[in-house]
Design a protein around this ligand. Structure first.
Ligand code: PEP
Ligand code: MG
Length: 313
C-alpha cells in the first residue's frame, strides 16, 4: 500500500514517492513545450510526431521525395529535441506517426493516399508504419539520434496496435534501427478493444507501459465515430464498457509490472481521473490547461484512499 501521498504542500507532488500517481502533460506542438514544462508536470504523456510533418503541409512520402531522408529525420529530431530539452530529465513519450489518410489527403502528396471508406478503421498508426517500414525507419532513426545526443528521457509509444504480432514486428524494427527495447522505455497505446482484451499477450512482448488512447478506445468500443456530430451525444469515455476495458487492462498490467497511463482527452476529466486513481493507474497525462486541476484531483483521491486504508488497518 502507498506509504505516503506527499507532504501536503504544493511541492508535494514533485517530491512524493514512486507510489503516487504521476501527472503528465500532452504537448501538441514543439512550440508549446516551454509552457507545458512550466506546469511542473512529471513529463510528457503524448507528443505526436505527425504534427512535425503535417506542419510542413506535405505527406511524409512527399516530404522525403522533395527534401530527402536526412531532412525528414532532421525535422523530427528538431521537434522532439525542443520538447525533450524543455523537460529534461523528465520523460517525454514520443508517439510514432498516426494520422488517418483523410488528414494526409489534404496535404501536398495527399493524392497518393489510398482511398478509404472508413479512414478511422483503415490505414493509420502502426498499420501504416509496418506496411511502410522505410518511412517508419526514419522516425526510429530520429529517435536513435536523440539517444546519441544524450536525450535518454525520450520514450517510444506505438499507436493503434491490436495484438502481440503488431508489437513484435515493431519491436524488430526498433532493434534494426539501433534502439534496444531492453534498455529504452517503450510501450503501446491501448486504443482498440482487441488490445485491451489481449493485454496479457501485449505485456509479454517486453513493453514498459500501456497508455489508454480513450478518444479511439471509446470510438471503437461504442462504434461511435469521434468526428461525427450526429452521434456526438453518444461519445462517452465514461461508458461502463469503456471503463471495464480500462479497469481490466490496469489490473493485468499491474500483475505484469507494466506501467499504465492515459493520454486521451478524458485524462483531463475529473470523473476519469477519479476512476483511474482508484484502479491504480501509474500516470495521467492531461492537456496543459487541465494539469493543475488534475494534480489537485489526484491529491484528493490519494488522500482519501490513504485515509481509508489507515482506517481499515
Ligand atoms: C486517443 O486516441 O485517445 C489519442 C490520444 O490519440 P489520437 O487522438 O491522436 O488518435
Ligand atoms: Mg488515437
Amino acid at each position: 500500500e502507498p506509504s505516503s501521498v506527499g507532504d501536503g504542500t504544493d511541492a508535494g507532488l514533485a517530491a512524493k514517492p514512486m507510489t503516487g500517481t504521476e501527472i503528465k502533460v500532452n504537448v501538441s506542438i514543439p512550440a508549446a513545450a516551454e509552457r507545458a514544462a512550466a506546469t511542473g508536470a512529471d513529463g510528457v504523456g503524448l507528443l505526436r510526431i505527425e504534427h512535425m510533418i503535417l506542419s510542413t503541409s506535405k505527406t511524409p512520402e512527399r516530404y522525403v521525395e522533395d527534401h530527402g531522408e536526412r531532412a525528414y529525420v532532421d525535422e523530427i529530431v528538431d521537434g522532439v529535441r525542443t520538447v525533450a530539452e524543455a523537460f529534461y530529465p523528465r520523460p517525454v513519450r514520443v508517439r510514432t506517426l498516426d494520422a488517418p489518410t483523410d488528414e494526409f489527403r489534404q496535404l501536398d502528396g495527399g493524392e497518393n493516399e489510398p482511398a478509404e471508406h472508413n479512414p478511422m478503421l483503415g490505414y493509420r498508426g502502426i498499420r501504416r508504419s509496418l506496411d511502410r517500414p522505410e518511412t517508419f525507419r526514419l522516425e526510429l532513426d530520429a529517435i536513435a539520434r536523440l539517444y546519441d545526443l544524450g536525450y535518454d528521457n525520450v520514450e517510444v509509444m506505438l499507436p493503434l496496435v491490436n495484438d502481440a504480432e503488431d508489437v513484435l514486428q515493431a519491436r524488430q524494427l526498433l532493434e534494426a534501427a539501433g534502439i534496444d527495447p531492453d534498455k529504452r522505455t517503450w510501450g503501446v497505446m491501448v486504443e482498440t478493444p482487441a488490445s485491451a482484451l489481449g493485454i496479457e499477450q501485449l505485456c509479454e512482448t517486453g513493453i514498459d507501459f500501456a497508455s489508454f488512447g480513450t478518444n479511439d478506445l471509446t470510438q471503437y468500443t461504442l462504434a461511435v465515430d469521434r468526428n461525427n456530430e450526429a452521434v456526438a451525444g453518444r461519445f462517452d469515455e465514461l461508458h461502463p464498457a469503456v471503463l471495464e476495458l480500462i479497469g481490466r487492462t490496469i489490473e493485468t498490467c499491474r500483475e505484469h509490472d507494466v506501467a499504465t497511463s492515459i493520454c486521451g482527452q478524458a485524462g483531463s476529466k475529473p470523473e476519469m481521473v477519479r476512476y483511474l486513481v482508484n484502479e491504480g493507474v501509474t500516470s495521467i497525462s492531461a492537456n496543459v490547461d487541465a494539469v493543475r486541476d488534475v494534480q489537485q484531483e489526484v491529491k484528493r483521491v490519494e488522500q482519501r484512499l490513504l485515509l481509508e486504508s489507515v482506517r481499515e488497518s
